[in-house]
Design a protein around this ligand. Sequence first.
Ligand code: ASP
Length: 290
Amino acid sequence: MLIAIHAGAGPVSSDLERHERESREALLRALSTARDLLEHGAAAVAVVAAAVEILEDFEGFNAGRGAALCSDGTALLSASIMRGFDRAAGAVAGLRTTKNPVAAAEAVLATDQVLLIGEPADVLAAENGVEQRPNDYFITEYAISRLREELTAESRGTVGAVCVDVNGELAAATSTGGITGQPPGRIGDSPLIGAGTWADARVAVSCTGDGEAFIRAGVARYIAALVEDGAELEQACARAIGCVSELGGTGGLIACQPERAVCMPFTTEAMPRGLWRAGADPRVWVTDSE
Ligand code: ASP
């Protein structure tokens, strides 16, 4: 059993340094909730959803409350989730009122559709009992200040999780507010199955970084294809991240396999992240460069 989480690849900004302790605590909260669930036999898909919800609720990360704001000052939320053994997937893009976008993605996973956008996605979430909030709920002073200062390069903090459960089954989930100052309607890689998120029977992946480059490189599915062809996880991740670099993008990802292989590469200064494996203590990195 294992759970790995990330909170976005980006620079070691002064804000990240200032909020290092709170970020560390949020990552540890997500890991310890995931560990409890795994130890009680929960399925990987439920565990990644629970971990991502905790990260969404922490306003220091760019997902749920505290999300990066669009150029018009509104929050536009996206998320995706995928279950490995049957490749069931759910994703939502352009949400405005769902408190935990990953829960909306989970609701879509239970339907015949894979990706739902805009208001109908918020409505589906509400119908499934997922809490709704006015768009103002997501907008923090901090996110407003970043929009004012046009700190697009620093607006990282997308969150994600990958997991192996007690049965060796995999799941992945990713949630984001996108990029500070993005035009309303812009959607990155995070809600796109195969780009920002992937899980099959061999590997689970959650990405963060320059969404356009991750989409064009088809990162998450590319890693799965390389693994399917016999590549080691580390080699597959390096190839995929290499493609992102060739396209001029930066970022990172977390990936895991049932045999407990985990990879967490990034090409930015930092990628806050955490890892728990059965039999070991949880570990968290925030500003560390490796
Ligand atoms: N990948 C996200 C996007 O492009 C942003 C991020 O991970 O920081 O929307």
